[in-house]
Design a protein around this ligand. Structure first.
Ligand code: FPP
Length: 230
């Protein structure tokens, strides 16, 4: 059998359009989208995917109307508190990437609890990108390195690629093998720019709330068909 991707990253897009097509409020699209999060996490676990990274909230998303941002935060808090036991039962570790200090206290509390509770789980790692921006991740890292070199008075400091890997939020995670983006958009949207240098990209017209296990398997199958050249 062809190899499974070790790490799948997903840009979950199309919740708003899904809701609009049904004349429902946008938040209903996000709520259905969070059900897909649960379904796809379970499917990945059953299929034997080791790492799943979901772009759940970008830094750009802070600019959405406050009602929508608040609704998304409530969904996150609900997911983190209500699905904690399910993550534990399935031995799924939770990790987060992004500027989490910008998250409201109520979300941060549940996030910290779930990360702590699942820290020993080893069957799969679910990574949530929250308040994430790849450019700010890289900018922050460059600034840190400049400060470090200045503090050491080392003007001839040379940075190696592995050092960058070690200082990103994704430290210790393998780079994604497969990126899936739903809803027919063909962009990377400031997601894991450094980490996706060699990632296979897969785009589907399906809106995130309609994405299901069969769609996931289709994407994996497509990945397996592609010849990987580095
Ligand atoms: C894009 O849809 C999706 C988001 C901005 C957020 C993704 C969030 C969830 C799936 C729910 C909460 C997450 C978890 C982990 C419980 P869009 O609003 O940009 O859709 P549109 O492009 O059709 O308007």
């Amino acid at each position: 059998m062809s190899e499974l991707p070790r790490h799948i990253a997903i840009i979950m897009d199309g919740n708003g359009r899904w809701a609009k097509q049904r004349q429902l409020p946008r938040l209903e699209g996000h709520r259905r989208g969070s059900e897909t999060v649960e379904l796809i996490t379970e499917s990945c676990r059953e299929l034997g995917i080791e790492y799943l990274t979901l772009y759940a909230f970008s830094q750009e998303n802070w600019n959405r109307p406050s009602e929508e941002v608040g609704g998304l935060m409530d969904l996150l808090r609900y997911f983190l508190s209500q699905k904690r036991q399910k993550l534990l039962d399935n031995e799924i570790r939770l990790r987060v990437i992004g500027q989490v200090d910008r998250l409201p206290e109520r979300v941060l509390r549940e996030l910290t609890k779930t990360i702590h509770a699942t820290r020993h789980c080893e069957k799969m790692t679910l990574v949530l990108a929250l308040s994430y921006s790849s450019r700010s991740e890289l900018t922050e890292l460059i600034n840190q390195m400049i400060r470090g070199a200045m503090a050491e008075g080392d003007a001839s400091r040379v940075v190696r690629e592995e050092e960058i890997d070690r200082q990103l939020y994704t430290e210790g995670l393998p780079d994604p093998d497969l990126l899936i983006r739903t809803s027919g958009e063909h962009r990377i949207s400031n997601f894991l720019l450094w980490q996706m240098a060699y990632t296979e990209l897969y785009f589907t017209e399906t809106l995130w709330p309609d994405f299901d296990r069969a769609e996931l398997e289709k994407a994996i199958h497509e990945y397996q068909k592609r010849e990987r050249r580095f």
